[in-house]
Unconditional design. Structure first.
Length: 398
């Protein structure tokens, strides 16, 4: 069975076509600048040369049509026709409190994704456009929604309720939802396999990329996570501030005479590592600058690691101990420096990382040193594969 996985953004659309027999990516690609001048599609078949289509994509329907043309073309094509695609899996940002698992898309599911637009104003409309464009271009092919929030729906009330007047929860659904759920689910399931058991397990998954979050997972179920109503809460990130005193929003809007929405946009896009370093949101640049003696870069990395260390400590307490800590995503998979520093700052918990095994990037590895109180792993994340698996399972069960 072949499954197409789509991540539809407001002006971009990423896709991967999987052959599920061997869980192998046959082709992938990216449509950029949808609805703008200079739109293009970069298509990459697994066996063969990449093909670039510089064609106008005024909307998502035209992007999906061009994607199917690329998938079936004589140059770079990987299938004969669209009938070969058994189902389409969509990444959807916000499922609110309606979805605790992936689901076959029908009108009611689309309505629910629409209802959650206030909670995911940038992503949910774009995700819906991708779904509706597929319905238009390949009608009859089953489609599945995989939500970024779903895995965190097992959190207990004490972790997801904010201590603010409860009408904001009951009336407007303001609560912690958490994000990167598909990544935390994939990585935690793999961690349980590596541990060799599911019962009585306490694991902490650290998704450290441009956007970063940590989850506390007990017996395979999420009990807490750092992101909140939106992805702004929790760790310091590439361009996001992470948790700050909420009164800062009011204070800056008063003294600068700008709206709260503008302050929140600044906290999302112009803060974090970018703001503290003063030159980059990319942790590769930060590490390079530290090598050259840049003190702001040193402070940036110290703050990033400090926020991670604090949450791991908090989640070790929430879980009543820890059996495994797993690193994933851009920084987690590729920065031995940060992994070592973070674990060394947690040595009071008995955690020990092996510096030799830790000299690795992007490959699944047991990083645990002898005598460590818990396992330490690097597990590369694969959200697309998780979406493809869910899609296959749901379509085959229906
Ligand atoms: P996103 O949140 O956009 O999916 P990724 O998980 O791809 O992000 O992570 C991207 C980030 O990973 C980059 O911004 C960069 O900071 C970091 N990164 C990638 N490679 C390295 C590396 N070798 N060393 C340190 N950081 C890295």
């Amino acid at each position: 069975m072949k499954i197409l996985v789509i991540n539809s953004g407001s002006s971009s659309l990423k896709y991967q076509l999987f052959d599920m027999e061997k869980e192998y990516v046959i082709a992938k690609g990216l449509c950029e600048r949808i609805g703008m001048e200079g739109s293009l599609l970069r298509h990459r078949p697994a066996d063969g040369k990449p093909v670039v289509y510089e064609e106008a994509m005024p909307n998502h329907v035209s992007a999906i049509k061009l994607m199917f043309r690329a998938l079936t073309a004589s140059e770079g094509g990987v299938i004969k026709n669209m009938d070969e695609i058994g189902a389409v899996g969509h990444r959807v940002l916000h499922g609110g409190d309606k979805f605790s698992a992936s689901i076959l898309i029908d009108e009611a599911v689309k309505d629910a994704i629409r209802e959650n637009i206030p909670l995911g104003p940038l992503h949910n409309p774009a995700n819906l456009m991708g779904i509706e464009a597929c319905e238009n271009v390949v009608p009859g092919v089953p489609q599945v929604a995989v939500f970024d929030t779903a895995f965190h729906q097992t959190m207990p009330e004490k972790a997801y309720i904010y201590a603010i007047p409860q009408k904001y929860y009951t009336k407007y659904k303001i609560r912690r939802y958490g994000f990167h759920g598909t990544s935390h689910r994939y990585v935690s399931a793999r961690t349980l396999q590596l541990l060799g058991r599911t019962e009585n397990t306490r694991i902490i998954t650290c998704h450290l990329g441009n956007g970063s979050s940590i989850a506390a997972i007990k017996d395979g179920k999420c009990i807490d996570t750092t992101m909140g109503l939106t992805p702004l809460e929790g760790l310091m990130m590439g361009t996001r501030s992470g948790s700050i005193d909420p009164a800062i929003v009011w204070y800056i809007s008063e003294i600068e005479n700008i709206s709260a929405a503008e302050v929140v946009s600044m906290l999302n896009k112009k803060s974090g590592a970018l703001a503290v370093s003063g030159f980059s949101s990319d942790f590769r640049d930060i590490e390079d600058a530290i090598e050259n003696g840049d003190e702001r870069a040193r402070l940036t990395l110290d703050m990033f690691e400090y926020s991670i260390v604090k949450y791991i400590g908090a989640y070790a307490a929430a879980l009543g101990g820890v059996d495994a800590i797993t690193f994933t995503a851009g920084v987690g998979e590729n920065s031995p420096l940060s992994r070592e520093s973070i674990i060394n700052q947690l040595s009071f918990l008995g955690l020990k990382i092996d510096p030799e095994k830790n000299k690795v990037r992007g490959r699944e590895t047991d990083l645990t040193a002898e005598g460590s109180s818990a396992k330490i792993y690097l597990v590369p994340t694969n959200e697309e594969l998780m979406i493809a698996r869910d899609t296959k399972n749901i379509v085959c069960a229906n």
